[in-house]
Ligand binder design. Structure first.
Ligand code: FAD
Length: 380
């Protein structure tokens, strides 16, 4: 990857996405934006160059999440999910699966979604979706509660219990046995679909269509995954909200009473302070990642996950930045008054509604907090 790729995507995210949203209903699938992101190489960011991807560093992938979060969270969710699945195919796919899928995934010709979660699921061992076998044919049955991009993805990786293993079936949603439910009502994260998926005797080839082969266990990959991208998306959103509030404040100061001017300055100071701390937390996460990478003799990059030895973990950064974002949008709404709550451009309202989802996606903040606390107390 060269830095001009990221610069082109940044330009697209900061200019074209806003123009698109101003001209189209927020609830419509943004096919032109997805096509353009594919052309710009965003879908191949985590795919190595030998498979036709950009082979971006983890820092650049995080900046991509930041820019898309700044622009529009549903788009960030669609791309972020796909990029995680590129990594999963790279790390767990058979050589044939890597050869078959990584090229089309990198080009955005095969966009992947993930069907992992089932309501109230505590751990992969509790999955209710099951794989059975009828001779040489695999059969998938079960229901997944919330799948981002369920309606438009080319393939869906469905995790299920298969004997003692937790496997990932690469599902073709166009084949019999897959039903995508109606759009789930929600306050935000519109545009990219969010729906249940039901598998009813979906038949597949267990050697070719289970990631890593028939019995390949994904439990390790599913437990304690990296949540850096959600922190990046929260900081991006906060940056957009603060920029919006600053523009309002600059225009609003003229002709106000001394009392109103003072209140506006105070709110701006509060927003900038919160944003500065969010950026610092995010940057320290990226620094921890980079210093671990430098320490590795082969130059490969370390996974900044829950067990990163540096003080900042992706879990702590995700919780802090997504919680701080709620306060940033609330303060910005208070500052902008009616022009924030009910403005024709709808920017603040959109970030406000989308921000709520960041408390839940990836892993709920409460789950992450109890994991962090549990580890400190020797219980996790
Ligand atoms: C916008 C959106 C997009 C999503 N996209 C996808 C997707 O593409 N693919 C996919 O597979 N899933 C997706 N999900 C599902 C998401 O992963 C789950 O909603 C999330 O993991 C929480 O699970 P749950 O809703 O079943 O919450 P529950 O498990 O019912 O938990 C509810 C609350 O109980 C508390 N709690 C539960 N367990 C614990 C614990 N161990 N420690 C502390 N507190 C706990 C927390 O406060 C938690 O928020 C999406 C969800 C949303 C909202």
């Amino acid at each position: 990857m060269d830095s001009s790729d990221l610069a082109r995507i940044t330009r697209f995210a900061r200019q074209d996405v806003g123009r698109y949203l101003a001209a189209h209903p927020e609830g419509r699938y943004p096919a032109p934006l997805v096509r353009e992101l594919a052309r710009l190489g965003a879908f191949g960011a985590t795919v190595p160059a030998e498979y036709g991807g950009g082979g971006w560093s983890r820092r650049h992938v995080a900046v991509l999440g930041y820019e898309l979060g700044r622009a529009w969270q549903p788009l960030a969710g669609l791309v972020g999910t796909h990029l995680k699945l590129c990594r999963l195919v790279l790390e767990h796919g058979t050589p044939e699966q890597r050869g078959d899928w990584l090229g089309p995934m990198a080009r955005g010709a095969a966009v992947f979604a993930r069907a992992y979660h089932e309501q109230g699921l505590g751990s992969p061992a509790e999955l209710r979706t099951l794989v059975s076998h009828r001779g040489a044919v695999g059969v998938l049955n079960g229901r997944k509660s919330w799948v981002t991009n369920a309606r438009d993805a080319d393939r869906v990786v469905a995790v299920a219990r298969s004997g003692d293993a937790v496997v990932g079936v690469i599902v073709d949603p166009g084949r019999p046995g897959v039903a995508v439910g109606p759009e789930l009502p929600r306050p935000g994260m519109l545009g990219v679909s969010l729906a249940e998926i039901t598998f009813d005797d979906y038949e597949f080839d267990p050697e070719r269509e289970v990631l890593g082969g028939r019995w390949h266990d994904l439990t390790g990959a599913l437990n304690g995954h990296d949540v850096t991208s959600y922190a990046a998306r929260a900081v991006g959103s906060a940056d957009a909200v603060v920029a919006h509030a600053l523009a309002f404040a600059r225009a609003a100061l003229d002709g106000r009473t001394a009392e109103a001017g003072g209140a506006i300055r105070l709110r701006v100071g509060e927003l900038l302070t919160r944003l500065a701390v969010m950026r610092t937390v995010w940057q320290s996460l990226l620094e921890a990642d980079a210093s671990e990478a430098r320490a590795r003799p082969d130059g490969s990059e370390a996974r900044v996950g829950p067990d990163a030895s540096a003080g900042m973990t992706s879990e702590a950064a995700k919780v802090f930045c997504t919680e701080a974002l709620q306060e940033v949008v609330r303060v910005a709404a208070a500052l902008c008054g009616g022009a924030g709550y009910a403005a024709p451009d709808g920017v603040l309202g959109r970030h406000y509604r989308d921000a709520l989802a960041l408390l839940i996606v990836g892993a709920p903040n409460d789950v992450l907090l109890s994991r962090i606390g549990g580890r400190a107390l020797g219980a996790g």
